[in-house]
Design a protein around this ligand. Structure first.
Ligand SMILES: [Zn+2]
Ligand SMILES: [Zn+2]
Length: 335
């Protein structure tokens, strides 16, 4: 098979690789769609020894011994090749596996290739009627964000308002999943510096704050929400985390989803007196996927708005160049 190779310096060429043969417990997936992700910035600019791509959906074409998903089964591939046996996996916390075997697309060949070899334990079948480009939404866009919202709810069970900093694909995902999980009229502020993204956020029901036109606090006050119960940072920027924390009401919770910079705290006012909490949230648990399959099926036209561009794999270079310019939602490579 001909697969894209991330050479580094923002260049992608194509090389020949052998199509893998599934061993016991493994499936060979013919990839139909794989979404681009901001976390691939390092691979795009510094290169990658494996084939990237960790938001893949496809169809089983060969099944190893002892597997139960026969050829023809459509489904999505979970990023983390968890062990299934450690203390955390046994509790279902498969995103915190203590003996993780790998991360698809980062140290295992991933979904930009025509075929991807996976352990069956990280493959979730979906209905054959679900378009596989849309099925990629189940991964980072819905999975990561629903997990983060659930973590916030654990600390703050009566959330009445939210702020999202960063209106990239994950920020848009938090907005959309908040609307689906907490109610269509649930108020969600969403802040960014890119007007294009905020227009899409507004279309999805968010209350936009354009940070080149006003501060976060001014924008929030203008929407009648000078304080919020929950905030989700998807930007990874310290200034965004700090601004979000300052907007939290008493008992408020800040969930950091975007990797990146730090955050300096003034512990007494930030945390003790106000009993606010700061959480991290990393990807999601495999057992959270079925609930999101149902949500995707129930809200397909709404969620599909987050996918703004589709490219054939032959144009993956152009797809990434467009994606880094920031005026897209999810960009999906189709094969
Ligand atoms: Zn991703
Ligand atoms: Zn484990």
């Amino acid at each position: 098979m001909r697969v894209p190779r991330f050479v580094g310096n923002g260049q992608i060429d194509f090389v020949e690789k052998a199509v893998p043969v599934p061993g016991p417990g493994q499936l060979l997936i013919q990839v139909k769609a794989n979404a681009l992700c901001g976390s691939e910035r390092g691979q795009f600019f510094k290169g990658s020894t494996v084939t990237p791509g960790h938001e893949a959906a496809g169809v089983v074409v060969a099944a190893g011994e002892g597997t139960s998903n026969p050829p023809g089964t459509a489904g999505v591939v979970f990023l983390m090749d968890f062990c299934g046996n450690c203390r955390n996996c046994r509790l279902g916390l498969t995103n915190q596996c203590l003996q993780k075997r790998g991360d698809m697309g980062f140290n295992r060949d991933g979904g930009y290739g025509a075929y991807e070899l996976v352990n069956e334990s990280i493959f979730l079948p979906v209905a054959p009627t679900l378009p596989l480009t849309d099925a990629t939404l189940l991964l980072d866009v819905m999975g990561t964000t629903a997990h983060a919202i659930t973590r916030a709810q654990r600390i703050h069970p009566d959330l009445q308002s939210l702020l999202v900093t960063g209106a990239g694909p994950i920020g848009l995902g938090v907005l959309a999943m908040a609307k689906i999980m907490l109610g269509e009229s649930f108020p969600v502020l969403i802040a960014d510096v890119v007007g294009w993204r905020l227009t899409l956020a507004e279309q999805l029901g968010g209350k936009p704050i354009h940070l080149t036109q006003s501060t976060l606090a001014e924008g929030a006050a203008r929407h009648g929400l000078p304080r919020v119960d929950g905030a989700f940072d998807t930007s990874g920027k310290e200034v965004a985390r700090r601004g979000a924390l300052d907007l939290l009401d008493k008992r408020g919770v800040l969930v950091c989803i975007g990797h990146g910079e730090g955050l300096s705290l003034n512990v007494s006012p930030d945390l003790i007196a106000t009993e606010r909490a700061i959480l991290g949230s990393e990807y999601f648990c495999f057992n959270e996927l079925p609930a999101n399959v149902e949500r995707l099926q129930n809200h397909l036209p709404y969620l599909r708005q987050i996918i703004t561009h589709r490219f054939p794999v032959s144009e993956i270079q152009q797809a990434f160049e467009l994606f880094w310019q920031g005026e897209t939602g999810k960009v999906v490579i189709e094969q």
